[in-house]
Ligand binder design. Structure first.
Ligand code: IPM
Ligand code: MN
Length: 351
């Protein structure tokens, strides 16, 4: 089959890691008889440099015209310490989420047995962890009204949710739980926030229509603690935008393999697949960054196109590279490591 893939490599190590994922996708294409037609587009700091806009209209059009979008990373240190900057790369990401209606961010976190010693947690805690964080991505405090008082000495941000937004993300959480271990944990701060009480009210109603799935409720502070103490007890964790931002970063370090974790942002128009790590500017252009999270994001992309066997082949070859030690310096250490591009070539060859 023929597919249109938007490619938004972005900043820092983005272009190098995306290049490896494309090598792997091309290997999949020739093995399974598909054609992936790639269209590249600008996003992030590089888009600001070239067009003044971190998410240009042409890029949006490329995304709309694509069956799925592969995304690298955005962010550039030149913006980080400049609170006065009028446009920032991150605005491109938020604009893209809103305009494409990317309402759900899916982050699976599973232990790689051969990397268990990389975890900052004890082995008995991390062994067999297999959970997914589902973060609402187009609502909440990220997109509510915000502002400053006239004299600039006061500021506010608003966490706002509609019933429809909450229903939509919860229903998706039940779809995932149905295919997994049949447990949904709804995370909120219903003891304090009105928006969280709405979440809980909606969840208690929806729960009744999914009796095959166990639902439990957890306050976000407690969830942050339990995630570190007993990560194994979670299956699908679903939560609002900012809680999800924080908890998904926390979840990603449990396995000690930040450079390996993919994510999907599911949208109304199309979906975007990207590694969870950032643009790692210190490594840009050095051919040392770990491409596996992006390659695994490509596997999630293939799943979204219903190419399940192909996606499994990608996951298998990644596992094989880890087991055989054909990996970058962050996993292998200086002495026995391979370059980013060598790992990409190896994966493509072994697909
Ligand atoms: C993420 C990032 C973004 C977010 C930033 C870069 C705006 O941290 O994708 O989790 O907070 O959503
Ligand atoms: Mn984040």
């Amino acid at each position: 089959m023929d597919f249109k893939i938007g490619v938004l490599a972005g900043d820092g190590i983005g272009p190098e890691i995306v290049e490896q994922a494309i090598k792997v996708m091309d290997a999949v294409a020739s093995k399974y008889g598909h054609t992936f037609n790639y269209t590249e587009a600008l996003v992030g700091a590089i888009a600001i440099d070239k067009t003044g806009n971190p998410y240009p209209d042409e890029t949006h059009q490329v995304c709309l015209d694509s069956d799925a979008v592969l995304f690298g990373a955005i962010g550039d240190p030149k913006y980080d310490n400049n609170p006065a900057a009028k446009v920032r790369p991150e605005q491109g990401l938020l604009g893209m989420r809103k305009k494409l209606g990317l309402y759900a961010n899916i982050r699976p976190v599973a232990t790689f047995p051969s990397l268990i010693d990389k975890s900052p947690l004890r082995k008995d805690i991390v062994q067999d962890v297999d959970l997914v964080v589902i973060r609402e991505l187009t609502g909440g405090i990220y997109f509510g009204a915000r502002g400053r008082s006239e004299d600039q000495t006061e500021a506010f941000d608003t966490c706002y949710y509609t019933t429809e937004e909450v229903e939509r993300i919860l229903e998706l959480a039940y779809v995932y739980a149905g295919k997994r271990n049949k447990k949904v944990t709804v995370v909120d701060k219903a003891n304090v926030l009105a928006s969280s009480r709405l979440w809980r009210e909606v969840a208690q109603r929806i729960e009744k229509t999914h009796t095959d799935i166990e639902t439990d409720y957890m306050l976000v502070d407690n969830a942050a603690m339990q995630l570190i103490q007993w990560p194994k007890k979670f299956d699908v964790m679903v939560t609002e935008n900012m809680f999800g931002d924080i908890l998904s970063d926390e979840a990603s370090v449990i396995t000690g393999s930040m450079g390996l974790l993919p994510s999907a942002s599911i949208g109304r128009e199309t979906s975007v697949f990207e590694p969870i790590h950032g643009s790692y500017p210190q490594a840009a252009g050095k051919d040392i960054a770990n491409p596996l999270a992006t390659v695994l994001s490509a596997a999630m992309l293939l799943e979204s196109l219903d190419l399940l066997e192909e996606a499994q082949a990608v996951k298998d070859v990644v596992n094989k590279s880890i087991e055989e030690g054909y990996v970058t310096v962050d996993i292998a250490g200086e002495a026995t490591s391979y370059k980013t591009s060598e790992v990409g070539d190896w994966l493509a060859k072994n697909i």
